[in-house]
Design a protein. Structure first.
Length: 448
């Protein structure tokens, strides 16, 4: 095991240094068993398309095994020599540039790409003419929004009537017909008063396959429920399993509503910051791409991508990855032990997993069909940088295997500098994969 892991790490490092370029070795990397144990934690220097990792709960270190690090990256202009790397047989090229912090993306049935420029409070549309690999139309669809992030077309299918936008504090919708380049009216507020008093500000949105339920992700206000204090009398017995209270009420949750905004309840709890929501197009399972807590060391707590089970509790803030008790909350909620749902796919800690999607196009090889892709925005709370890449979530018969694979790398310049921070992933109308990054305001197109 150690010899195999060491060989894979050496191959990845050799690729990164330009020592090896043979496509046959790249293929060998893609076919090799995943890195496991401590080797799976790694850092940006060992990242390379085709390298796979399988992190298991039993492999996690103890809290404080390493000091908690503050190691923020410095964003620099994209170097002329920067080359993004993708697996053999794929091609990556610039799709758009000069955007204002592009974040989440959604593709309309007619192929228009809707992009949330969150800090600018607007939604932009990019349209590429048939056969074009760069946009031929670039328009602002709506502006004056409050931190827009998630978007969804409703109802599903080829003729949606609405586009929903998840703001920091609300969910709004605009009437929509295919080909619209600008909103035809002011936004209609569907859900008002989402928790928004500080903390994690992104809200994502997804509809169940039958269109009856709308799911909204709301991240925690704090890192680790600092200052939440004791639960009000009767709270625990009268709220969902693991529901938090006080300033964390309805936070670290996925909430559920009907399409007209009537609240149906809390779908799942204890998910510290479910940034990316996605519904598997075949199984209908809801997934979260999740940022876990900081401050427990380089390799705790793993971020994750997981199916979200209705009524499930995922641990935050009292536990993590099963019955591992958070040292800052020791003894506070022993009643929850044995009731925590373990996520499906554990990722390198502090990767900052953001947007995600499932591949439902017809351009990539057949083995990619139904697999997930997630954007890793990159670490700040880790002594050796990780993330800053796009990963592939491996599936078998519609179920995650627990393994994930580097798919796009090359956003890191060195131990101090990065030029790209991936945020959104979306499948274009022609089956290419689009990736947004908000550091230099670009979108990239991966084709096969």
């Amino acid at each position: 095991m150690l010899r195999r892991n060491s060989s894979l790490i050496w191959l990845a490092a050799a690729f990164a240094a330009g020592m090896i370029t043979d496509a046959g070795i790249a293929d060998a990397l893609a076919q090799s068993p995943p890195l496991t144990g401590s080797a799976a934690f790694g850092d940006w220097r060992s990242d390379k398309p085709g390298i796979s990792r399988l992190i298991k709960p039993e492999d996690l270190p103890k809290p404080g095994a390493t000091p908690s690090a503050a190691n923020r990256s410095r964003v620099v202009a994209r170097p002329a020599s920067a080359i993004l790397q993708v697996p053999a047989g794929f091609k990556i090229e610039l799709f758009a540039e000069g955007l204002s912090g592009p974040r989440q993306m959604r593709v309309a049935p007619n192929g228009d790409v809707f992009i949330a420029e969150t800090r600018s409070g607007r939604i932009r549309i990019l349209r590429a003419a048939d056969g074009a690999t760069r946009p031929t139309t670039n328009e602002i669809y709506a502006s004056g929004l409050d931190g827009p992030f998630g978007m969804a077309f409703y109802p599903g299918g080829n003729d949606p009537k609405w586009i929903y936008v998840a703001n920091n504090d609300s969910v709004v919708r605009f009437p929509y017909k295919a080909g619209d380049l600008r909103a035809s009216s002011k936004p209609e507020t569907i859900v008002a008063g989402l928790p928004h008093n500080g903390g994690h500000s992104t809200r994502d949105i997804a509809f169940s396959l039958d269109g009856k339920r709308m799911m909204i992700s709301v991240g925690s206000r704090s890192n680790d429920a600092e200052g939440m204090n004791k639960a009000p009398e009767g709270w625990i017995d009268n709220h969902p399993l693991g529901a938090s209270w006080g300033s964390e009420t309805d936070r670290a949750d996925v909430l559920t509503f009907d399409p007209d905004g009537k609240r149906l309840g809390v779908f799942a709890t204890g998910i510290r910051n479910c940034v990316g929501l996605a519904v598997h197009p075949v199984t209908g399972d809801l997934y979260c791409s999740t940022n876990e807590r900081d401050g427990l060391g380089d390799n705790l707590v793993p971020d994750y991508v997981t199916r979200v089970r209705e009524g499930a509790f995922y641990g935050w803030p009292w536990f993590y990855i099963g019955d591992n008790e958070d040292p800052g909350h020791r003894g506070e909620r022993t009643d929850l032990k044995g009731k925590i749902t373990i996520p499906d796919v554990l990722l390198q800690a502090h990767s900052a997993s953001l947007g995600m999607t499932f591949y439902d196009g017809n351009q990539f090889p057949a083995e990619y069909s139904g697999d997930g892709f997630a954007a890793e925005h990159g670490s700040w709370n880790r002594s050796k940088r990780t993330g800053y890449k796009v990963i592939r979530i491996r599936m078998k018969d519609g179920v995650p295997t627990g393994e994930y694979q580097d798919f796009v790398t090359g956003f890191v310049v060195d131990d101090s500098d990065v030029w790209g921070r991936p945020v959104g992933v979306a499948v274009a109308h022609d089956g290419a994969l689009l990736v947004s990054e908000d550091a230099n305001g670009t979108i990239w197109r991966i084709s096969h």
